[in-house]
Design a protein around this ligand. Structure first.
Ligand SMILES: [Zn+2]
Length: 189
């Protein structure tokens, strides 16, 4: 499992850089308003400056990440199941984790409340790509820790995380430097 997580870390980093470059090239004048398809607008997610949050969201967008639907395909991975541990016969993929998994029902209800005015019905595309949903996505990812390395290693207990923590530099995720530490120094745990 450890080897595959290290391997995945490289994939995720490459994907994140790829997406970031893509965003950068499309926005030569950074910070101005743009018209056109939503993907060509400045993306609020990248402006949060939280690398763990960005990396996690990119994993969910690309379906390459710390979840079984992808992990089970990685060479040398111990875990052969693509399914979620909620034992309902669902693939553990971004759609399931964000929209269906019973483990995160409470956080999802809160997410619905956060986004209710703009998006009465949760939708994977807008949740992952729409700037209007970024604060909701940020809440959900921070409170569940889904699709992070620590989550996959079982080092988080999402149910103990209060749903009303601050979204900027949330307690659970610490500072940017601590996020770096999580990614850089705990690799060999
Ligand atoms: Zn599940």
């Amino acid at each position: 499992m450890q080897t595959s997580l290290s391997y995945l870390k490289r994939i995720v980093r490459a994907k994140m850089i790829e997406e970031w470059k893509d965003w950068w090239h499309k926005h030569p004048n950074k910070g101005h308003e743009y018209s056109g398809p939503f993907l060509s607008k400045p993306n609020a997610l990248f402006k949060t400056g939280n690398r763990l949050l960005i990396a996690t969201a990119v994993q969910l967008r690309t379906s390459h990440g710390y979840f079984n639907s992808y992990l089970h395909k990685i060479p040398g991975n111990d875990s052969s199941t693509p399914y979620c541990s909620c034992r309902r016969g669902f693939l553990e993929n971004p759609r399931h984790l964000l929209l269906q998994c019973s483990e995160y029902k409470d956080q999802r209800n809160h997410l619905r409340n956060l986004l209710h005015h703009k998006n009465p019905k949760l939708n994977l595309q807008s949740l992952l790509y729409s700037d209007g949903c970024t604060h909701g996505l940020e809440y959900f990812l921070k409170s569940t820790m889904i699709a992070t390395r620590q989550w996959k290693l079982g080092n988080t207990t999402p149910s103990q995380i209060p749903p009303n923590y601050s979204t900027r530099q949330g307690r659970c995720w610490g500072t940017l430097q601590e996020v770096e530490d999580e990614h850089e120094e705990r690799e060999e745990l």
